[in-house]
Write a protein that binds this ligand. Structure first.
Ligand code: MG
Length: 367
């Protein structure tokens, strides 16, 4: 089987809640997402999605996904999409770095492999654990009272795990954590995600001020070293996210005892092949994981669902249903949240059928 054509489609994804805000005053109102389609001489086609959280979250930006396909695509024509190890080595040889560019191509090739094997992706990358898996709800950064008010609505949608966007003014963040914590019920899980927004002295103040609250602290500071000093000064359970962008830093963090859990995003690591490699190592090392992506719609959510559903439940801390945050559906067959939980499709591959009327005309064609 050979790749004969690669296409990119640009889709705008507005939010039900209008704006998503996080640390440092960063916000997005309409997400710019790219759906990649890989076509083969067998007639099988696969899809993947990459949607950066704006150009100022990770070293990734939406136009870069498209520009990257123009650069990488010609090297991939004629390759067998089912040979994922070879394909990833080819992509790395042709374009240094830029994992987010490679991510949607890799996912699309997994989609093709799953379709040809006649298996849902989750059964190819580990097996399906149980009926479904739990989701968290991100609470956009607002005033402490506004954030606390949103908990009841999210709980009505079935969520019991809440990820607070902090990383702003430390005094306000302390109030945010206290206000939301007061709304929790027994069994709920609270994560305060600073998204690199605090300096170490600020992170120390916040963790001291919420010492008696049952809350996880996620990625308080920008660098790994800063996070490690904060980690060593607190007994809150601790999650690393932005810094965990590959196997080398995961191994270093494990040996430093730098975290209890990690957040793995498919496009941050460069696709499903790389994410499964890191995920499987975390399983062996006993590191709990949030498995997700930076953002996305139906196709990114489908890939997340196969990754999360094929992870042992005791190691899966939580996951995300981004397609419920946005107002546009880009594919039929995508998983839909039920009572705060999600399940991967039982159809082959990703199990999605893109809505070509929503995708419109391709913005990049490589053939
Ligand atoms: Mg995070």
């Amino acid at each position: 089987m050979k790749i004969i054509r690669l296409l990119a489609y640009r889709v705008e994804l507005p939010l039900h809640e209008t704006t998503y805000k996080w640390s440092g005053g960063k916000s997005v109102t309409v997400f710019d997402s790219t759906i990649i389609r890989v076509e083969t001489d067998s007639g099988l086609v696969g899809h993947g999605e990459c949607c950066p959280l704006g150009p100022f979250y990770l070293p990734a930006y939406a136009e870069g996904v498209r520009a990257g396909l123009s650069e990488l695509g010609p090297h991939l024509l004629g390759s067998d999409p089912r040979q994922l190890g070879k394909l990833n080595r080819l992509m790395d040889a042709a374009l240094k770095g830029h994992p987010y560019v490679k991510s949607a191509i890799d996912v699309a090739c997994w989609d093709i492999l799953g379709q040809q094997a006649g298996l849902p992706l989750c059964e190819l990358i580990g097996g399906r654990y149980g009926e479904n898996f739990p989701l968290y709800r991100a609470i956009s950064q607002e005033s402490p009272d506004d954030m606390a008010r949103r908990v009841a609505g999210y709980r009505a949608e079935g969520y019991t795990r809440f990820q607070l966007k902090v990383g702003g003014n430390p005094d306000t963040d302390i109030e945010r954590i206290h206000a939301v914590s007061a709304k929790l019920q027994r069994g709920d899980v609270l994560v305060a995600d600073a998204n690199t927004g605090w300096l170490p002295h600020q992170a120390r103040r916040v963790t001291r001020a919420v010492r008696n609250i049952d809350v996880y602290i996620e990625q308080p500071c920008l660098t790994y070293e800063e996070c490690l000093t904060v980690r060593r000064g607190t007994d809150h359970p601790f999650i690393l996210d932005e810094n965990i962008d590959g196997l080398d830093v995961l191994l270093r963090a494990y040996s430093d005892g730098a975290m209890d859990g990690v957040n793995l995003k498919i496009s941050k690591l460069g696709g499903l092949t790389r994410t499964v490699q890191v995920r499987d190592l975390c399983i062996r090392l006993g590191i709990a994981m949030t498995l997700e992506d930076s953002w996305g719609g139906d196709i990114a959510t489908a890939a997340i669902a196969h990754l999360a559903h094929s992870t042992p439940p005791e190691l899966l801390f939580t996951s995300t249903d981004f397609n419920s945050y946005v107002t546009v559906s880009t594919a039929d067959g995508a998983p839909q949240r039920v009572n705060g939980r999600l399940a991967a499709s039982h159809e082959t591959g990703l199990g999605v059928r893109p809505r070509m009327d929503v995708l419109g005309k391709p913005v990049v064609v490589v053939e």
